[in-house]
Ligand binder design. Sequence first.
Ligand SMILES: [Zn+2]
Length: 266
Amino acid sequence: MAAMTRIFKPQFSSIFKRSLSTSTVTEDVNKARCFQWVFLGCPGVGKGTYASKLSNLLGVPHIATGDLVRHELSTSGPLSSQLEVINQGKLVSDEIIFNLLSKRLEDGESRGESGFILDGFPRTIRQAEILDSVTEIDLVVNLKLREDVLIEKCLGRRTCSECGKGFNVASINVKAKNGLPAMIMPPLPPPPNCASKLISRADDTESVVKERLRVYKEKSQPVEDYYRKQGKLMEFDLPGGIPESWPKLLEALNLDDYNHKKSAVA
Ligand SMILES: [Zn+2]
């Protein structure tokens, strides 16, 4: 346990902390908006999808810690031996995740990246504090979805056993109740090539999904509170599937204009 609680030593000092004073004279006003964002949301909410769409729109990388871990393992990077622990069913320690993330941000900085959307990190207050010690988070978006819909969506998850792509076969059509909005979300069916090779996670049963959500809530609450206190948390209730939610999310983020400009250029 001692190893888990020791103080992390950031390997680099605040590379993303902006020092506006050094370049204010020539700085383009339009560049003042910075995108160093964190996406929170329970499993199945579609966090990765929205983070990825936004990263494309804004031209900043979508950094998912799960991808960093997989990448490190597949390229046999320096931390991969320590990462073998996941294969033994253990959680990856904060320290390893932090090292991978630091490395990723450093590499990005040297390539001229000017922001990021973090997905899957931080999961604890400790991680949030570590993150604050190395970079400055502008905004934390907390994506939320009606719980009954969320459960149905989780139960509809399928993965192609051949190409590894994810799909969702749940066809959601729920009525408004107790102040919750009605929702229609069509399935995201696989192409014919994958259709016969779909598998679902053995543990995607209703009781396991519910338990996973309960655990997520319990763990994420302190992180949400942490960012709420900093005035950085934006709660966003997804009104439905991507076609309905995407424009509303852009509106909430004051990006609808950004979207128009971008499509006008394209
Ligand atoms: Zn496939």
